[in-house]
Design a protein around this ligand. Structure first.
Ligand code: 4AD
Ligand code: MG
Length: 476
């Protein structure tokens, strides 16, 4: 029986079997208590071992981290905490964990330490809670889109084009790197490579997603995404997961509505399905922030989630945002690391967070950015300066979603591709969809790990994906 089900059971007659890993063992003369966890819930099942029935020697190797199997019956628990515990009839050691070597002791370990023990950190309360929440979010994403009639499509992991045009790609090759073939002018000869041309890992499934949307109307792709940006921040990964819906006949307002509805659905889904894990993570956060000044502490986790559910997102243009930032006391007093001087600058995460946390005090959707700082595929506004981009900004995170209405006019798109020196021979198929039955359409990308940061209240993106890939870090 799973421990989650055992803890909810009221059947005190049936003999059950549970298996899991020992969290703690303590005892007195006549009785030993083992807190057992199997990952199904944040809560442990307390095993009560009568040492007159089971010799203490049999428990000798059942230290923290050991795996065991136990048979017995559930009984109403006298102590506080859980409603039931289990009186043990039989108990068996499956695998020992020598306390002199096992790194996870029943005490608080730092998140940095646990990152170095990523092979074992699933066994901590924090990471098991995060793992269950991550599953719930993935499942919730599929549920949300399925219920709205979207089709999930798989877009390729290996591509011959640069979807974001930012050149931050990981190359894929089977050429001998020590001795690659060259052409007449000395460049590497990719015609001899596996695909007969240069290949990379995808930075986004959007372009292929658009092809599908321009036939299926509503699609989403959800897959691993790779970016070789050398930014060692608490919000960037080299390998992350992105969900990208794309909808035909949508304009940017429909797109914003969909993004807001999706985020609220997912927050509600977490509250409905992982409440105990959120309570645990909320307490963890409170503990972590104890030493901060009261006004620097973040809102209690569950209140923060509910707050976002209950408020509509502020929608403003980039131009309005620049005016707010520029005129802010924060800017005038030189408190931004990157001062806001004028229209056209790319917003830094400190600016995004100022708008969300200090100015509006709720999520913000920024639209209509300067075309120079956005990707080639975004729909151009009539002002000739801005594009129909939208970024959703969240408290504590900054950008959680990036998206846009797409440029559906062939000539305008082609001109932008040329202006940005994007090789047309890697993009002809994308351009062709604008020749044959083009329609207005829009979409966006949500980074799963950015969402997880928000939902869990964790501060570092390396702690919300099981095995983070970041610059100079490829362990596990
Ligand atoms: O804003 P981005 O670059 O947008 C796109 O890739 C579009 N093609 C999406 C679309 O319109 N279909 O990335 C989208 C989101 C960001 O808002 C962020 O949440 C996440 O992906 N993201 C990252 N997450 C973790 N690590 C990184 N290095 C990330 N880069 C982007
Ligand atoms: Mg973006």
């Amino acid at each position: 029986m799973e421990i989650k089900d055992a803890l909810a059971s009221q059947d005190f007659e049936k003999e059950i079997n549970v298996k899991g890993w020992v969290r703690t063992k303590r005892g007195s003369k006549n009785v030993a208590f083992i807190a057992l966890n199997d990952g199904s819930t944040i809560h442990n099942l307390q095993l009560v071992v009568d040492l007159e029935k089971i010799p203490e020697q049999q428990l000798a190797l059942m230290h923290t981290g050991a795996s065991i199997s136990a048979n017995g019956k559930l009984v109403a628990s006298a102590g506080s905490g859980q409603k039931v515990e289990m009186t043990v009839e039989q108990i068996e050691l499956l695998g020992e964990a020598n306390p002199d070597e096992y790194p996870l002791q029943p005490k608080k370990h730092s998140l940095e330490f646990l990152r170095e023990k990523a092979h074992l950190r699933f066994r901590t309360n924090t990471f098991s809670a995060i793992t269950r929440l991550r599953h719930a979010m993935i499942f919730g994403i599929h549920k949300f889109f399925n219920e709205k009639g979207f089709f999930n499509i798989h877009t390729p992991i290996i591509t011959g084009s640069d979807a974001e045009g930012a050149g931050e790609m990981f190359q894929v090759t089977t050429l001998d790197m020590g001795n690659p073939p060259h052409d007449e002018i000395g460049n590497i000869n990719y015609t001899e490579d596996f695909f007969g041309k240069m290949a990379n890992l995808t930075v986004s499934g959007q372009l292929e997603g658009e092809l599908a949307a321009l036939a299926m109307s509503k699609i989403y792709t959800f897959g691993p995404t790779f970016r070789a940006e050398n930014s060692n921040t608490s919000r960037h990964l080299a390998e992350f997961w992105m969900v990208e819906p794309e909808v035909a006949f949508f304009d940017i307002n429909d797109n914003m509505d969909l993004a807001e509805e999706m985020l609220k659905f997912l927050i509600q889904y977490a509250l409905d399905n992982c409440y105990d894990d959120l309570v645990f993570l909320g307490k963890r956060l409170e503990e972590e922030e104890k030493n901060k000044k009261v006004d620097e502490r973040s809102m209690d986790l569950i209140s923060k989630l509910k707050f976002v559910l209950e408020n509509s997102f502020e929608r403003i243009t980039y131009t309005e945002a620049i005016a707010i930032l520029r005129n802010s006391n924060h800017n005038k007093k030189g408190k931004f690391q990157y001062p806001v001087e004028g229209w056209g600058i790319d917003l830094q995460s400190e600016h995004e967070r100022y708008l969300v946390e200090k100015h509006f005090k709720k999520p913000v959707i920024l639209t209509d950015y300067p075309k120079e700082i956005k990707a080639f595929y975004m729909k151009q506004n009539d002002d000739g300066k801005t594009v129909r981009a939208m970024d959703v900004l969240f408290p504590g995170i900054g950008e959680i979603i990036g998206g846009s209405q797409r440029e559906e006019r062939y000539d305008k798109l082609l001109r932008r591709v040329e202006e940005m020196h994007i090789p047309i021979d890697s993009m002809w198929w994308y351009l062709e969809t604008r020749k044959f039955g083009t329609v207005p359409h829009a979409g966006f990308g949500l980074g799963l790990e950015r969402l997880m940061l928000f939902i869990t209240g964790m501060g570092n993106i390396r702690d919300v994906i099981p095995f983070p890939r970041t610059p100079k870090n490829l362990e596990f």
